[in-house]
Design a protein around this ligand. Structure first.
Ligand code: SF4
Ligand code: SF4
Length: 489
């Protein structure tokens, strides 16, 4: 190499860390600034119709009818579903739960987690693509966007152009609709915690409580921000499920797949052309599958963590295949094994029922059964026993020893009820105060003072275990609670 020739430059890209700034190159190397952070490009999903889109819309309707309608339903004199945090009562149709019933909430969470494991093992991100609130609200917001601003190409053209009066008008209409829906969503959410009819009355009279205003606006703006602006960013960067779902996937999980063997080599061609003669696969490289994708990915690049399994690309590709006169299913729900081993639909479905799925199903079924049985045999009242610390054990008339307790009795039924209190555990032990509690109103609780006496010589000095037995006077339910009886020296 002649000395006049310039030496080849050793260029080291400099990474820019958000925390530490530019990372210094090794000594002696030329440096070139390269940002490792790609600027966010707005995604304009094209609207799509088809089999999976119909399913998604069916679930949008179903989930939203339930969400917006449930707080307006009545059960007797009260709201059918109400989580009254102030009174610490949770009403779910005929069921009244207290904080002591926390175990049912735990059961519900276990069932939700196991269902997620099961559905993911069977069909990937089924929840994400069809029923997740982020997907559902994004779908509704996109529909409103399409109604006000037109479909993808019109929106892209308008956004790239100047701010005309038409653009202002359309954007304003869109945001007004988004905001109205968001505020209604926030109001409905709060209606699960405060009786919704009272809440509506408070709004009409402009005297809503500060917490109710805060949570309505907070939930409303979270909906507006997530469904209107964040959209796929939530699925890609914020949702933890996207991160650990791969642990539940295997090669027999149903996912949206592109049949590479059939589709490649891809390329445009006329409808009448013979792809074999042109040495082309079935993919006409129209890019529609990318345009409809709400997360902006190309399914032809294989399984990607951004894919929410919504099936939009499968729907649009089927329409392309129909137009070209090719068989449907170039993009479809299938498994990696089914695609690579050319399994039939029956073979694929048979492999879906594998040991992991059967184990998840068995555990889920057992937990659900246990929860149903436990709810069915649950006693319709609760009892808490507290020894009255202000009143020590003492000797009373007739040479008897007396301890005083306070029993909190919570009537979890929808009707007023009397309760009968008895005690056992020592010879001659009796309830010396009233045995009956008197009527305790529906879903009300009451502290009842109870004096318990035992004969002087029934037990030695010290602490003795005893049991309170509380029965509903209508014969429904029997609760036993442990306590201790103190015999003084
Ligand atoms: S929609 Fe189908 S044909 Fe069009 S690019 Fe995607 S995979 Fe190829
Ligand atoms: S790749 Fe297909 S299934 Fe996955 S998110 Fe995009 S459109 Fe939905």
């Amino acid at each position: 190499m002649s000395t006049s020739e310039p030496l080849p430059r050793k260029v080291i890209p400099i990474a820019v860390s958000p925390d530490r700034g530019p990372i210094a190159p090794p000594p002696g190397a030329d440096a070139e600034m390269v940002s490792l952070y790609e600027a966010h490009k707005k995604i304009y999903p094209r609207s799509v119709s088809g089999y999976f889109a119909n399913w998604r819309w069916a679930l949008v309707w179903l989930t939203q009818i339930v969400f917006y309608g449930l707080p307006w339903l009545h059960w007797g004199q009260r709201q059918a579903v109400l989580f009254d945090l102030g009174a610490r009562r949770f009403y779910i149709f005929g069921l009244v739960l207290y904080p002591q019933d926390f175990i049912y909430l735990t059961g519900l969470l276990v069932i939700s987690a196991l269902s997620l494991f099961l559905f993911t093992a069977v069909a990937g991100r089924l929840w994400c693509g069809y029923a997740c609130p982020q997907t559902v609200y994004t779908e509704i917001f996109l529909w409103l966007e399409k109604k006000t601003e037109g479909d993808r190409s019109a929106r892209m053209r308008r956004d790239a152009g100047p701010w005309t009066s038409d653009r202002w008008l359309r954007k304003s209409a869109k945001h007004a609709l988004w905001l109205a829906l968001s505020i209604w969503t926030g109001f409905t959410f709060v209606g699960y915690f405060t009786p919704i009819q009272e809440l509506a009355g408070e709004i009409a009279q402009f005297n809503m409580g500060s917490w109710e205003i805060f949570w309505s606006l907070f939930y409303g703006f979270a909906t507006y921000g997530n469904a209107g602006f964040m959209r796929e960013q939530v699925c890609k960067h914020m949702c933890p499920y996207a991160r650990f779902q791969s642990a539940m996937f295997d090669r027999d999980t149903l996912i949206v797949t592109y049949d590479e063997e059939r589709g490649e080599p891809r390329g445009a061609r006329s409808r009448k052309a013979d792809p074999l003669a042109l040495n082309l696969g079935a993919c006409v490289d129209c890019s529609l599958c990318v345009q409809v994708c709400p997360t902006g990915i190309d399914i032809r690049n294989g399984l990607q963590y951004e894919c929410i399994g919504c099936g939009a690309c499968a729907d649009v590709c089927d329409t392309v295949m129909d137009k070209m006169g090719y068989a449907r299913g170039l993009v479809k729900y299938s498994t990696q094994n089914a695609v690579s081993q050319h399994w039939t639909r029956g073979q694929t479905l048979r492999h879906v029922l594998r040991p992991r799925v059967l184990v998840y199903t068995a555990i889920l079924g057992s937990v659900m059964l246990a929860m149903v049985v436990s709810l069915a045999i649950r006693t319709p009242f609760k009892v808490d026993v507290v020894r009255d610390r202000g009143m020590l054990a003492r000797m009373v008339e007739g040479g008897r020893i007396e301890n005083v307790y306070r029993l909190q009795i919570m009537n979890a039924t929808e009707a007023a009820q009397d309760f009968d209190i008895a005690v056992e555990g020592l010879p001659g032990l009796v309830v010396a105060s009233e045995h009956g509690t008197g009527a305790i109103g529906s879903t009300q609780s009451r502290w009842v003072p109870v004096r318990v006496q035992s004969p002087y010589d029934a037990a030695s000095a010290g602490s003795h275990p005893i049991r309170f037995v509380v029965k509903g006077s209508n014969g429904v339910g029997r609760v036993t609670e442990k306590s201790v009886f103190i015999v003084p020296q």
